[in-house]
Design a protein around this ligand. Structure first.
Ligand SMILES: Cc1cc2nc3c(=O)[nH]c(=O)nc-3n(C[C@H](O)[C@H](O)[C@H](O)COP(=O)(O)O)c2cc1C
Length: 114
């Protein structure tokens, strides 16, 4: 399967900054590959908020959010509902963050980069 990554929209919510770091890293890498990227932060409890316009022209969507109570936060559902069918047939990647401590206890080596 091949993806069109000419115009990518990254939509994220981040309570404590982890999902935001992932979103910004994806944005920076995609820009290096020549994609046009819109980064949309939902909510905005992070200090340095990023606001870029929502675009219906994207050919690929990346949704990034923390798992809250075994589910996606309500903000994510509300954003999807607000697209009024514009996402129909669009390719997307969904990335959900969980608690790293539990994985560390299982012996997995985790690291973060700046
Ligand atoms: C209210 C709340 C509920 C959460 N529920 C879950 C959960 O059900 N499962 C889980 O693995 N982590 C849960 N977490 C942990 C977050 O998913 C995790 O810390 C995530 O990495 C935070 O990402 P962020 O830094 O982008 O906010 C919860 C955190 C909060 C604050």
């Amino acid at each position: 399967m091949s993806f069109r990554l000419e115009h990518v929209q990254i939509v994220f919510f981040s309570g404590t900054g982890g999902s935001k770091r992932i979103a910004v890293t994806f944005r920076d890498e995609l820009l290096k590959w020549g994609s046009v990227v819109n980064l949309v932060e939902l909510g905005g409890s992070c200090k340095d908020q990023i606001h870029e316009p929502t675009s219906g022209n994207a050919d690929f969507y990346i949704l990034i959010f923390p798992v809250y109570a075994f589910d996606a936060p309500g903000l994510i559902y509300r954003w999807i509902e607000a697209q009024k069918g514009d996402l129909s047939g669009k390719e997307a990647a969904v990335i959900s963050m969980t608690v790293a401590k539990r994985w560390r206890r299982k012996g997995l080596l985790l690291f973060m980069t700046e």
